[in-house]
Design a protein around this ligand. Sequence first.
Ligand code: CA
Length: 446
Amino acid sequence: MIDWEEMAARGGASWVESANDPEGGFPLDNLPYCVFTCGDRRHPRPGIRIGDFILDLARAGGSGILEGLDHSVLTACHAHTLNKLMACEPAALAALRERLQRLLHARADQATRDAMEVLLSPAAAATLLKPVDPPDFTDFYASLDHAANVGRIFRPDTPLLPNYKFVPIGYHGRASSIAVSATGVRRPRGQAKPAGGAPAFGPTHSLDYEVEIGFYMGPGNSFGEPIGIAQAGEHIFGVSLVNDWSARDIQSWEYQPLGPFLGKSFATSVSPWVVPLAALKPFRVPAALRAAGDPDPLDYLWNPDDQHSGAIDLVVEVFLLTPALRAAGAGPHRLSRANLRDLYWTPAQLIAHHTSNGCNLVPGDLLASGTISGSQPGSAGCLLELTHGGGKPIVLPNGEKRIALEDGDEVILRGHCRRDGYPRISLGECRGTVLPADACLPSIVR
Ligand code: CA
């Protein structure tokens, strides 16, 4: 008998050899979802990553190996996005995950392996598509270090506004311009006002990135019915990397009094992998400690379990590959490294706050953390902070300087979880290259 609980705790071995590399990032314990096409299978289909391969969930659903699972799950395996899977009951999804872990486990019999092997495609040969069509996109501002750093640039006297430590601040983003990793991002045009000059319209001179983690929602809540903080964490289907591209000159001219608008809405990149929340269980950690004198969260945002293990120990890194670095054969240069666990608010607090007024979340909604910055040098999650508002350019190993992204620059986000005794869990990458303002694009979304 396999002790599945023990296996989950230790990290199980798979008959897919590449899944057993403890540094590989895609072990049996991860199994992130994606949507892909491969070879002559040209219809987008859900898949899950195991080692160096993608398991075709559409074909698995038709092959009988998923027999007995909830009908909603089997139907969702044939959809063109993960939205339908996200609408399934968590218990039905847990059953799918357990079934797949059994089928892919090293102790699976030969007949099972033979039936599964034909459903695998090399990940390197697949085309990864936008995994979810989020009905809605909300971007939070949950890193106190980011809020304070940005505040110091714009308001040296009052870097942190008085509401910050009470209210999880967020704004309503655009879902239509969310694009999957590797989609080019055209330099946006917009209205800006140079210091001492008149407002003018043209390509942004201050293009920036923001490294964030996105939380995709499961079934969500009924209109008018808040999600309590005790249940809020269970409403997350999974997580992805998010790059909230930002045109700072447009943003700084337009943002008062109603917040970000066209300086953000031109593009948001997401990674192709959606890591199920279950894969992150070993990496749950206490909510970040609040400084002495900070207010306690109000009751609707406070829960003992959430305080005990509501944060996630998840490292995010940003790399920059410029055309000159690429031409010289150099690798991307790391700009920052920070951790999701340091956010001022936990994911459950963000969800409880979002729904506290009765606003309904629906399956596939994307809630992003906001820029993830830390308190240490080299942990700031955007160029605005790294360059102190453009006053101190960053210098790359080849001598190039940047205060903003230039055409041809590629921004690469990476994320992973690591803990002694457990295999590394990777979120993969979220890449995006800046294209000139006059570049032709057939469609930025797919
Ligand atoms: Ca943001």
